[in-house]
Design a protein around this ligand. Structure first.
Ligand code: ADP
Ligand code: MG
Length: 362
């Protein structure tokens, strides 16, 4: 598989739920009920299996309400709770948030620590400087060397955020939160809780780069596919076990185009610059926040260092595609993948994870 630049223009969902064609329902079960909801500029498709339409619709309405709340509370650049939090950090003040957001922040801090700060939601000012605080693709020039240097000099990191119950403060006024790298996964985790509370056991939630499942599709597991970032088509399909989450970070969906170059929306907090050599990373894990954060962290870690960071974050199932079209996978991930049509787009290099100690994060 060769890198084919023109195809980076594709703005496609990284993961897709495969149609379960040809399923025979001897007992005429209820048809699946699905609806598209909206969160952070993406459609979230919720599909529920095995219950009557009224029950499914009521459950989806509950999720919708919650997602709208999350959209307002966690949004990095619209007026809302996070804006207030960032203003408080800049002023050196503490602020109180609701318990759900406090838990999500705590999780973000732990994941930042486990990733050695390669995933770090504390770099919001840097993300804004690159133009990614916008619903559309950014336009204009990249930030100057001086601007980047000034933004990384005070080392903004989520590890400087203290979460004491629901009271939040940052020891470093340069910390500005942007939860974009794990918000989708964390939000889908909460949506799953909502569905469970509404009596739903079998469902799939698909938000473009992330897909999470509950239960199964009747007698069969939910089956999804990872798209080929270089071409229309898929790299592989796989079946997700109940409770699993698969998140893909790609540099082809959001980027800044300037001077004939494309700059990824995934930034390396150490340099303040976009990731260049990784096109996509997919992580399969037991919850969305972890899978989403790890996909971003491993994109930053790059082709050399990702096995160590994956081990530190406690994820085992990883698939990475580089700008050269190389495919790396952990043996456990490879074992899950079914190359649709017989072959992967390029040979898959198997990479064992080292026995890295999990960092102490408190
Ligand atoms: P997607 O939004 O396509 O699922 P990611 O999960 O990788 O992709 O999230 C990318 C977003 O995360 C960026 O748009 C930005 O808001 C934020 N971000 C970029 N780099 C980092 C990083 N190193 N650590 C934490 N957040 C980041
Ligand atoms: Mg992510």
């Amino acid at each position: 598989m060769k890198a084919r630049g023109a195809l980076f223009r594709l703005s496609i969902a990284a993961v897709t739920v495969l149609a379960l064609a040809g399923t025979v329902h001897a007992l005429r079960p209820e048809p699946d009920v699905s609806q598209s909801l909206y969160l952070f500029g993406t459609l979230v498709e919720v599909e529920i299996h095995g219950v009557d339409e009224a029950k499914a619709k009521a459950a989806i309405a509950r999720v919708d309400q919650h997602l709208q709340h999350i959209h307002k509370d966690w949004h990095a650049w619209r007026p809302g709770t996070l804006e207030g939090l960032n203003a408080a950090f800049a002023a050196g003040e503490s602020i109180s948030v609701d318990p759900t957001l406090a838990k999500v922040l705590e999780r973000g801090r732990d994941l930042a620590c486990a990733s050695d700060g390669l995933f770090d939601p504390g770099i919001g000012a840097l993300i804004e400087a690159w133009g990614f605080h916008a619903d559309t693709l950014p336009e204009g020039d990249p930030p100057s060397e001086d601007t980047i240097a000034a933004l990384i000099a005070p080392h903004p990191t989520m590890l400087d955020v203290t979460i004491d119950g629901t009271t939040i403060r940052a020891a470093n006024p340069a910390v500005q939160l942007d939860l974009g790298a794990y918000a989708k996964g964390a939000a889908l985790d909460l949506a799953e809780d909502d569905l469970r509370a509404a009596g739903i056991t079998d469902a799939v939630l698909n938000a473009g780069g992330g897909v999470q499942v509950m239960g199964s599709h009747g007698a069969r597991p939910w089956r999804v596919a990872i798209r080929d970032p270089f071409a229309w088509g898929v790299v592989a399909a796989l079946e997700l076990a109940p409770g699993e989450a698969l998140h893909t970070s790609g540099n082809y969906e959001r980027y800044l185009e300037a001077g004939g170059l494309r700059f990824s929306h995934i930034l390396d907090p150490r340099t303040g610059r976009p990731v260049t050599d990784i096109v996509s990373v997919s992580v399969l894990a037991e919850n969305g926040a972890l899978a989403d954060a790890a996909a971003t962290a491993l994109s930053v870690a790059g082709a050399q260092d990702w096995p160590r960071i994956a081990a530190q974050m406690g994820v085992e199932n990883v698939l990475m595609i580089t700008g050269q079209g190389e495919i790396f996978a952990t043996p456990s991930m490879r074992a899950r993948l079914d190359p649709v049509g017989g072959d992967f787009p390029a040979p898959v290099t198997l990479v064992d994870l080292p026995a890295s100690p999990r960092p102490r994060c408190n």
